[in-house]
Design a protein around this ligand. Structure first.
Ligand code: HEM
Length: 423
């Protein structure tokens, strides 16, 4: 079989009109795909103009696609290469040999930038302290939707470049490079380039300046909106669920206390801020800010279920929002961190939660490389804020709605909060 079941297609436009029409009712792309999948099955076939799309539903099917090399491709074409000198470069919208190379070099640095590493601690902690300072200065309600922008962009800047301005920064890095001590992602790439010149080993291939620039762009595009939207939603759910908020504050008070600033080592085995961890997982589940992941593409003609998927030309999306909010979960629309706790109050990992994609962490697959960083940022922001402040909706304002705004990533509708100093 070649055509995966889906709504009837018209010549040339495919399902374009029915998508536009039905979207008004469904409100969100991901809910429309889900509605159709209930009729057509866990592989939903669509055609939008000349683009074929397959939306994959269910844990097992998503796992299968994520684990097969044949589906490791990313979309090609003008819109995607516009951002990368007209070529397939970088990590996120790249594939094949060049992707494997850039991902490997970036991961090498990310591994040393892991939980509790001095670099990660310093960068995130500095931003959290600034944020607390700003919040302490005002008694006015603050628009929450933009409040993490600067902090999160700065964390990525530090990760990528140590500071601002890209081209100039790359040159500065070249002149101050220490081959044994990479300070950030740019250094790691420059060291790789240096070694390639010295070493004619056939496994190491050259990394170009263009590639390095697109990798930096990837970090911003993949690592800012996602963390920011998740963090804003976390505050939104906490102001709606004051019981959860209080339990979080009790854990912070017990483990960190009122005066010492929270550190990443408070997440470690010794201290185990399990409830905070469960709140982070529950936020990632219920919000699923990347509702259909990032499109994959077949790199060779291949089979999926009973169907043939042609090489290139077919976008493959994952029904992640549905996986996280479907009937597999008890009362999925309730924000209940306890679902990730065992009776003995240990953390319970659930295989059906895959907000960062699927596959072994740090293995060659396409899973998000920023998972550690994102979770560390979420942990540090929430502990710093709740250690010092209670959250309240300004008098006269309704509770903020959990209904998201649609987009490539889901975001919260604008809302204001009062950050009241705790006694
Ligand atoms: C809450 C925060 C985040 C979420 C929910 C998230 C989610 C995802 C998802 C679903 C994918 C696609 C996986 C796939 O194609 O199978 C992805 C890929 C990626 N993410 Fe994240 N991400 C987050 C934060 C970050 C951060 C902080 C960074 C880095 C600074 C980052 C960098 C990347 C990169 C480079 C890729 C592409 C990997 C590849 O194509 O090989 N992400 N992310």
């Amino acid at each position: 079989k070649t055509i995966i079941l889906g709504p009837k297609r018209l010549p040339y436009v495919g399902n374009l009109f029915s998508v536009l029409l039905e979207l008004k009712k469904a409100k969100y792309h991901h809910t429309l795909w889900k509605t159709w999948s209930m009729k057509y099955g866990n592989l939903l076939g669509l055609r939008l103009g000349s683009i074929n799309i397959v939306v994959v539903f269910g844990k097992e099917m998503i796992k299968e696609v994520s684990s097969r090399d044949a589906f490791d491709g990313r979309p090609d074409g003008f819109m995607y290469t516009l951002r990368s000198f007209g070529k397939k470069l970088g990590i996120v919208f790249n594939d094949g040999h060049s992707w494997a190379k850039t991902r490997r070099i970036a991961l090498k640095y990310f591994k040393s930038f892991g939980y509790g590493s001095r670099h990660m601690e310093e960068h995130i902690s500095g931003e959290c302290k600034e944020l607390v300072k700003i919040l302490s200065r005002t008694n006015e309600p603050l628009l929450v939707n933009n409040m993490f922008d600067v902090a999160i962009v700065n964390v990525i800047w530090q990760l990528v470049a140590g500071k601002r301005l890209l081209q100039k920064v790359i040159e500065e890095h070249r002149t101050t490079l220490d081959l044994d001590n990479p300070r950030d992602v740019i250094d790691s790439f420059l060291i790789e380039m240096h070694q390639n010149k010295e070493n004619s080993c056939k496994y190491i291939t050259d990394v170009t300046g263009e590639e390095l620039q697109v990798v930096c762009l990837d970090m911003f595009e993949a690592g800012v909106e996602t963390v920011k939207n998740t963090m804003v939603f976390m505050l939104l759910y906490l102001v709606r669920e004051q019981e959860v908020l209080r339990r979080l504050q009790i854990e912070i008070d017990e483990v960190v206390g009122k005066d010492r600033t929270p550190t990443l080592s408070d997440r470690s085995k010794q201290f185990r801020m399990i409830y905070t961890e469960a709140v982070i997982l529950e936020t990632l589940r219920i919000t699923s800010v990347a509702p259909v992941g990032i499109p994959h593409m077949a790199l060779a003609d291949t089979q999926l279920g009973n169907y043939n998927i042609p090489k290139q030309g077919t976008f493959i999306l994952f029904g992640l929002h549905d996986l996280h909010n479907g009937s597999r979960w008890k009362n999925p629309s309730e924000f209940r961190p306890e679902r990730f706790l065992t009776n003995e109050s240990n953390l319970m990992h659930d295989e059906s939660l895959m907000p960062f994609g699927c596959g072994k962490f740090f293995s060659g697959k396409r899973r998000c490389i920023g998972e550690n960083l994102a979770k560390s940022e979420l942990f540090m922001f929430i502990t710093h804020i709740l250690q010092k402040f209670n959250l309240r909706v300004p008098d006269g304002d309704p509770l903020p709605t959990a209904e998201p705004l649609d987009g490539l990533t889901l975001s919260a509708k604008p809302f204001k909060l009062l950050f009241q100093q705790r006694n």
